[in-house]
Structures are given as structure tokens and as C-alpha cells.
Design a protein around this ligand. Structure first.
Ligand code: SAM
Length: 333
């Protein structure tokens, strides 16, 4: 099976020669086509806060900078499909299947927990999130609750698998979160964390540090960190997990092209999903952080986002984002 190479195998992603013969067109048509095929899980809605045209969580209001509206839920669905494709159609990589009691931290749309519930009918799944945006039509072994995972966890019984995915810009104290995962997983149980490094790069010098995309990323990094949230947890996961005392730690890094520029068809598909989620995510990641931390006007954020959107859709830059997966086991004793 072909697939996006892991960055740790050091091979560069090969570029589609058709893309190199740039005719001045952009990837926009591909992306619009894909957008029309994607669907999101129906959210159950409560009293959410509305700001600058986006909807935000109500519980612990202001603590998570991304919105929870339909556009964001659709973006999460795109990320879900993309990540599954990258992982060879798997929902997780930890080597266990014999779990009975599973926790999904920051479950979002709940798509991961729902698919896991469908495919693992013997196990019980609990997904928690600041937002009650998960659908109510779920398998009988899946339930959701509103909770802040940065608070002290108060679960009666330990889990045998704890999973967390795509929490960039969500968490302030990652070592504490991972220690809580250690304390709440059974001896011999597994944890798996999957996350992004939100920094773009290119292997052929086509990503310029003077581009609008690079300016956007610098602003995102500094505003998220000023707000006390880590925007690039992926590359740090392994060390945090080892420091918490886990054993049998396994780490893999995957290169995700941004745009359908790779020659390989599967990587091209991943690139297309990634382009869609990146374009849809530009305003989601920046609007609250740039207006509240950097004191930008909403219009300034929109102007920068539209410049970055145009750059992302152009065929001339071969951007990549890295995705990191770490799984590990709590010692038996
Ligand atoms: C980008 S989404 C990822 C959702 C899901 N893990 C996935 O991979 O599809 C991040 C989610 O984390 C949730 N979140 C952020 N901070 C949280 C916190 N302190 N406690 C619980 N959930 C949180 C957000 O509400 C959002 O739904």
C-alpha cells in the first residue's frame, strides 16, 4: 500500500509533474469539489457565545480559542477522514484490541468514539469535551459528557485505553494532562496521543518565510503561547509521555502534504483533504486569538486569512505539515 511517507524515513515527497507544469490555475476547484462531498455530525446545541460571526463553547467560556460551529465541525470531519487515510484506515495505532473501557479526551464531533463504538461492540466509550456538539444518535456503548480535561479528573474506575487527538491550541499544561492519563489508565493499559505541528515547511525551498502564510503562522504561535496554549504539541508528545513514566513508548511522524501536489495518488488525496481543512481552519484558529491577544480588528484577521488562503491554493508551493503519533503503556506494577 502506498501512503504518505513518515518523515522519520527521510524520503522527500515526490511532486506530481503535472503540478510542476503550472498553468496559472489553482487548487481551488479540487478543494471546492471535496468540500461539497464532506458532511459533519449534527451538533446538539446549547447556549453558545457568538463573536465575529463564529460560535464558541459556553462551558468554561473563552478557554478554547476555536469555534464550535458547523464550519468547524465539518473541518474536524475532514481531519478525521484524512488522519484515518494517513494511518492506513486505522483509528489508532496502539497494539491492543482487548480494551473494555475507553476514554476519548476532547472528543469534538465524537466521530472517533462513534466509529470505535461501532467496531468494538464489547467495549464502552466515553468522550468528553467543552462543547456538547456530539450527535445524540450514537451506538449504545458510546456516551459523551461536557468536561474540562485540564481540571482534575474524577473518574470512578480507571480506563484500559485513553486516546487524545488534535488538541493543538487547546491545552496549557500538557505534562499535567499526560500525568492524569497515567493516573487514570489501568496498569498494563495503553494511551495514544496524536497531534499536529502547525508549522508549515517545504522540502524544495518553495515555502517562503516572507509569505503571508509564514506571517500567519508566526502570529498564531505567539498569540496561542501568550494565551497559555501550546500550538505545536506533536513533536513534544514523546518526551512528555516518557517523563510521565509510561513504557513501551512508540513514536511515528507522518508528513501531510498541503494540496494535491504529490505524484502518489494516496498522498495527493491526503493533500487535498489537508488543503480543505487548512483553508477552512485559517479563521477558526486565528479569529479569537488575534483579536483578543494581538488586538487586531476582525477585518485585519479576515484580510490576512484571505491572503493565506490564496497562497495555500496556489500550485507553486509544496507545503507540508507534520503529524505525530505516540502510544505507550502504563507499567503493570
Ligand atoms: C480540533 S478539535 C479535535 C476533536 C477530536 N479530538 C478529533 O480529533 O476529532 C479539539 C476539541 O478539543 C476540545 N477541547 C479543547 N479544550 C478542552 C478542554 N480543556 N477540555 C475538554 N475539551 C477540550 C474542543 O472543544 C474541541 O472540540
Amino acid at each position: 500500500m502506498s501512503g504518505p511517507p513518515r518523515s522519520d524515513d527521510d524520503s522527500a515527497i515526490e511532486i506530481d509533474p503535472e503540478v510542476l507544469r503550472d498553468d496559472g490555475s489553482s487548487f481551488a476547484d479540487f478543494a471546492d469539489e471535496l468540500n461539497s462531498f464532506t458532511t459533519s455530525c449534527d451538533p446538539s446545541i446549547t447556549q453558545f457565545k457568538f463573536e465575529n460571526g463564529r460560535r464558541y463553547h459556553a462551558f468554561k467560556s473563552g478557554s478554547y480559542p476555536l469555534p464550535n460551529d458547523d464550519i468547524e465541525l465539518e473541518r474536524q470531519s475532514v481531519v478525521h477522514f484524512m488522519v484515518k487515510m494517513v494511518l492506513g484506515d486505522k483509528l489508532y495505532l496502539a497494539p491492543s484490541d482487548g480494551f473494555h473501557h475507553v476514554l476519548d479526551l476532547g472528543t469534538g464531533t465524537g466521530c472517533w468514539a462513534i466509529e470505535m463504538g461501532d467496531t468494538h461492540p464489547h467495549a464502552e466509550f466515553l468522550g468528553n469535551d467543552l462543547s456538547p456538539i456530539q450527535p445524540s444518535w450514537v451506538p449504545p456503548n458510546v456516551r459523551f459528557e461536557v468536561d474540562d480535561i485540564e481540571n482534575r479528573w474524577a473518574y470512578g474506575a480507571p480506563f484500559d485505553f485513553i486516546f487524545a487527538r488534535a488538541l493543538a491550541c487547546a491545552i496549557g499544561d500538557w505534562p499535567k494532562l499526560i500525568r492524569q492519563a497515567y493516573d487514570n489508565v489501568k496498569p498494563g493499559g495503553w494511551v495514544e496521543f496524536q497531534d499536529f505541528d502547525l508549522e508549515f515547511y517545504a522540502e524544495d525551498g518553495t515555502y517562503s518565510q516572507t509569505s503571508s502564510a509564514a506571517l500567519y503562522i508566526r502570529m498564531l504561535m505567539s498569540s496561542a503561547r501568550t494565551a497559555g496554549k501550546e500550538p505545536c504539541p506533536g513533536p513534544k508528545l514523546e518526551a512528555w509521555i516518557k517523563n510521565a513514566g509510561f513504557i513501551n513508548v512508540s513514536y511515528q511522524k507522518f508528513k501531510l502534504p498541503v494540496g494535491p501536489w504529490p505524484r502518489d495518488q494516496r498522498q495527493k488525496d491526503v493533500g487535498l483533504f489537508n488543503l480543505v481543512q487548512a483553508v477552512d481552519g485559517l479563521e477558526a484558529f486565528s479569529m479569537q486569538l488575534f483579536t483578543s491577544v494581538l488586538k487586531w480588528e476582525p477585518e485585519e484577521v479576515k484580510v490576512l486569512c484571505s491572503k493565506v488562503r490564496a497562497e495555500l491554493r496556489s500550485k507553486t508551493s509544496h507545503r507540508i505539515l507534520d503529524y505525530h503519533v505516540v502510544y505507550a503503556q502504563r507499567p503493570e506494577t
